[in-house]
Design a protein around this ligand. Structure first.
Ligand code: BG6
Length: 473
């Protein structure tokens, strides 16, 4: 007998980000974002100005093809679609007083299309897309000025779209700023030259900004649900040695801190201790403390992998291709990009977060980046991506277990529901989608959309509210 079920009304869908799908980087009055000067993702340092080899400049041209793409999402039965609004489409430099109407009109059209298909929008306000001007002139979130510019941007979105968008995420993977300051915080200083003082001051500004717009959202949109968004990374001790267990606890705190502050409204003791012991003295005003008490309605997360931690410096090797670092787990296999696959870790972290914060959770990213090959079967193009189906099936079975454990979960949006440009490597060949897009790492391709085998599988998962999971492919 099946004892674990997804709740009625569970929000199934897919997730994307503007810079990875839209293209049209200079159309409709859009200004440059940090992504326009990151042709190699985080693999190489940013360049001075946009270069033709940057796949994100045209990406998969969602800007012009959104209607076709949303129709395909609807065909799979999506209840929700997560996308980000490109800040530099609305405020091209980031510091203007008035928004760019053409940018707003584009997202209004996207919302029209979603409404037509009965798909709920889930909007990420800032997904690794700081306007380049703010990054270069203010040093990104190191500057307190950023709060004002972000608030103005949010107020514009809330006033224009507040009656059409209920679910909002303030910052994508906010905990990544500790590891990728330019990508995540628009801070144009190489990480090894950045002081902990500046880094944590930037973190503080983002946290205050997140809390301030949460309060603003409640004033302007009483029915809205505001979430934070965290990279969920279970940290296992490499061995049962209590030293490793303690080391794992410290590494886990790096991420917990962001959820603790978003959910409890104040800095946790372990972080204050870290500040004290490392001579970090943040500028935290009385108003900041009051602002931080405006906590989120729900916690959203991305989940791709777990890591290990050890106290033994000789065993401390860095995992490949993993934003947050960590020691690889000797019991797990990795994807071609070195991301270790751990479905059970998802159940573990969902329980963990729920127990810790008692806020509804939303999985807004999960998926497998893999190379795909288009084949023709019975005269139709497709991709036989059994590996992707197996990955998602394994993870969703663990999600179902977590729900049975009592975790309150709002929904699941698979990452890169349509092939898009990778954030870390800026490749097209690292594909996540149910829909193949004919575009290649060298920039060639027709952009034709093709349903993969996983397209039909996901349609059946949604249609059955997850009852078909675990069945043979
Ligand atoms: C998350 C990001 O880190 O992981 C996404 O929020 C990103 O933007 C996703 O695309 C997968 O990472 P990658 O590097 O494989 O694109």
């Amino acid at each position: 007998m099946l004892t674990a079920r997804f709740p009625d009304g569970f929000m199934w869908g897919g997730a994307t980000a503007a810079n990875q799908i839209e293209g049209a980087y200079d159309c409709g009055g859009k200004g440059l974002s940090i992504q326009d000067v990151m042709p190699r993702g985080i693999v190489e340092p940013p360049v001075e100005s946009p270069t033709e080899d940057n796949l994100k400049l045209t990406a998969i041209d969602f800007y012009h093809r959104y209607a076709e793409d949303i129709a395909l999402f609807a065909e799979m039965g999506f209840k929700v679609f997560r996308f980000s609004i490109a800040w530099s489409r609305i405020y091209p430099r980031g510091d203007e007083e008035a928004p760019n109407e053409e940018g707003l009109a584009f997202y209004a059209r996207v919302l029209d299309e979603l409404e037509k298909h009965g798909i709920e929008p889930l909007v990420t306000i800032s997904h690794y897309e700081t306007p380049l001007h703010l990054a270069r002139t203010l040093d990104g979130w190191i500057s307190r000025e950023m709060i004002r510019h972000y608030e103005r941007y949010c107020e514009t979105l809330f006033r224009r779209f507040g009656d059409r968008v209920k679910y909002w995420l303030t910052f994508n993977e906010i905990n990544s700023v500790l590891h990728e300051p330019f990508l995540s915080g628009g801070i144009p200083v190489p990480k090894d030259q950045l002081s902990q003082q500046d880094l944590y001051q930037a973190v503080h500004h983002e946290l205050v900004a997140s809390a301030r717009v949460t309060r603003l959202a409640r004033e302007l949109m009483p029915d809205a649900q505001i979430g934070c968004m965290i990279i969920a990374l279970p940290v296992y001790p490499l061995t049962p040695d209590p030293g490793d267990v303690t080391a794992a606890m410290h590494t886990a705190h790096d991420s917990y801190a962001f959820g603790d502050i978003h959910c409890r409204g104040e800095y946790p003791g372990y972080l204050l201790r870290r500040f004290r012991e490392n001579g970090i003295q943040l500028e935290i005003t009385e108003q900041d403390r009051l602002d931080l008490t405006h906590t989120v309605d729900f916690v959203s997360l991305s989940y791709y992998m777990s890591v290990c931690e050890t106290a033994d410096p000789e065993k401390k090797t860095a995992g490949e291709g993993n934003i947050l670092g960590g020691v690889p787990n000797p019991t797990l296999q990795a994807s071609e990009w070195g991301w270790q696959v751990d479905p059970k870790g998802l159940r573990v972290i969902l329980n963990d977060y729920w127990d810790r914060w008692q806020k509804p959770l939303f999985i807004v990213e999960n998926g497998l980046g893999a190379r795909d090959e288009v084949v023709v079967i019975d005269g139709r193009r497709t991709v036989v991506d059994d590996y992707r189906i197996a990955y998602l099936d394994d993870h969703l079975l663990q999600v179902r277990e977590a729900v049975a454990d009592g975790v309150e979960l709002l929904g699941y949006t698979s990452w890169g529901c349509i092939d898009l440009v990778s954030a870390s490597t800026a490749q097209m060949s690292k594909r996540y989608g149910f829909i193949h897009v004919d575009r290649h790492d060298d920039g060639t391709g027709t952009l034709e959309r093709t349903r993969k085998k996983s397209f039909d599988w996901y349609r059946r998962v949604i249609e059955s509210n997850g009852e078909v999971l675990g069945a043979s492919l």
